[in-house]
Design a protein around this ligand. Structure first.
Ligand code: EPZ
Length: 420
């Protein structure tokens, strides 16, 4: 398994271009199952999760080409049963359920695994699919869904932690080919769901209320092919902003949409980071007056849970006490123990981590555990004195395109150590 070897203490300087959004492109790839026509998707990041989804679509019978950031997918002749092992390995694959059911009236999909950040239930996905008239059986690790005809209805999709992003995606995709009108109440408003809705409408779907908690889908007979450019990855952009906030220096983030992550930018400004929107991009530069801030993760447009670990790494090097509360997932503090190995002073009180920041970190070998925790360890390693080895960075490769290349171009001393 590959690792990153990082020499800390270097400020970041220069320009970085943001890739397309992983969490937008995965459901959009699933949506191509809704038509027999060809779909062309641009600004697709070359990530292991994207390549996994390509393999899943191929296992269903779709033709898939992925070259130079462009995906061409034609799901002409597809079957409703995917490769168990593939589907089980990547949670995002659950979003093939809705499209398969809508297109074939049946779907045989493996239950997605949980992961280190929580059990990751899919009860809301199943509630929505059942509400549309599907019959569901769960056995031997599979979901078998059948429906003579999906019928539009009103569905409240809010759960104990608020809306569900992929649950909204699944139900919205299934409803595009249902008979009649579907209203999803407590729909997720994340930009990735908005991008999916725009993609579906470009295929001939009739979706209104996009970006709001109430989405209305009027079913149509069939959908056609389309072309689409994926939105930039707001979480990658936020990760780089937290990185330069922690290391010092000044970077220009190109291609990001500030309106997609105002909560993060607002929090960084509160902490003493200067952020200017220029023609060349978003210029991010920590001032000399940094201060600890409190963060609570919330559904969009609140502070995103996917940036919680990264801003914690930043708070480790800022003098003061920062209370970081995780309201979306039940166990998303895997990075705390590893940050402590670098000398961070963090204690956990229920859903909150209390960060006593300011003491300099010192390099050590650390273990990546999930995608965003790994990013936090890279950020901390770049600020720590001495060298830090981040092991199991396959977690990072799932969601960050050529991260070490982008960071090296910004002056970071980081290299990939092949499979140890
Ligand atoms: C998406 O996961 C993202 N993944 C996650 O990003 C992100 O953290 C999450 O949304 C929240 O923003 C992709 O888009 C591929 P949820 P998703 O359903 O849709 C509970 C990353 O790092 N819930 O919005 O699976 C759930 O347990 C990843 O890029 C139910 O209770 O998340 C959680 O507490 C990590 N029942 C909350 O809702 C359900 O049926 C939000 O989960 C579904 C979810």
């Amino acid at each position: 398994m590959d690792s990153f070897l990082i020499q800390g203490g270097t400020r970041l300087q220069g320009e970085v271009t943001i890739s397309g959004s992983k969490n937008a492109v995965l459901p959009i790839m699933a949506a191509t199952l809704l038509t027999a026509d060809t779909c062309v998707i641009r600004r697709v990041p070359d990530l292991s999760d994207v390549r996994f989804m390509c393999d899943i679509l191929k296992s269903l019978g779709a033709e898939v080409q992925f070259e130079d950031g462009t995906l061409t997918i034609r799901a002409a002749l597809i079957r409703g049963h995917g490769d168990y092992e593939l589907i089980r390995k990547m949670r995002g694959s659950i979003c093939i359920l809705g499209p398969l059911l809508a297109r074939l009236r049946k779907a045989h999909v493996s239950l997605p695994g949980g992961c280190v950040i929580g059990t990751r239930p899919i009860d809301l996905h199943l509630k929505g699919i059942r509400a549309l008239g599907a019959k569901l059986q769960i056995q031997n690790g599979y979901i078998r869904a059948t429906a003579r005809q999906l019928e539009g209805t009103m569905i409240f999709l809010g759960g104990r932690a608020g809306p569900t992003v992929l649950g909204t995606a699944n139900v919205m995709m299934a409803a595009t080919l249902a008979e009649g009108v579907t209203v999803i109440e407590s729909a997720a408003c994340e930009p990735e769901v908005t991008d999916l809705a725009h993609f579906l409408n470009s295929m001939g779907a009739r979706i209104t209320g996009i970006g709001s908690p109430t989405i209305t889908i009027t079913g149509v007979k069939e959908l056609h092919g389309t072309q689409h450019e994926v939105i930039p990855d707001r979480i990658e952009a936020a990760t780089f902003a937290c990185a330069v906030a922690a290391t010092g220096g000044e970077i220009t983030i190109r291609g990001a949409r500030p309106d997609h992550f105002h909560a993060v930018l607002d929090k960084l400004i509160e902490a003493g980071v200067k952020i200017d929107q220029r023609k060349s991009g978003m210029v991010v530069k920590p001032t000399s007056r940094l201060k600890a801030v409190d963060v609570t993760t919330l559904p969009y447009a609140g502070f995103p849970t996917d940036v919680q670990a990264q801003i914690m790494a930043f708070m480790c090097v800022v003098p003061g006490i920062s209370v970081i509360t995780e309201r979306i997932f039940e166990s998303r503090f895997m990075h705390v123990a590893e940050l402590a190995r670098l000398g961070a002073d963090i204690s956990i009180e229920g859903p909150s981590a209390i960060v006593k920041g300011g003491a300099p970190l010192s390099g050590a070998p650390v273990m990546a555990s999930d995608l965003r925790a790994s990013a936090a360890l890279v950020i901390a390693g770049m600020t720590a004195r001495g060298s830090t080895k981040v092991n199991r960075i396959y977690h990072l490769d799932r969601g960050y395109e050529r991260m070490e290349e982008k960071l090296r171009r910004l002056g970071a001393q980081i290299e990939r150590v092949e499979g140890e």
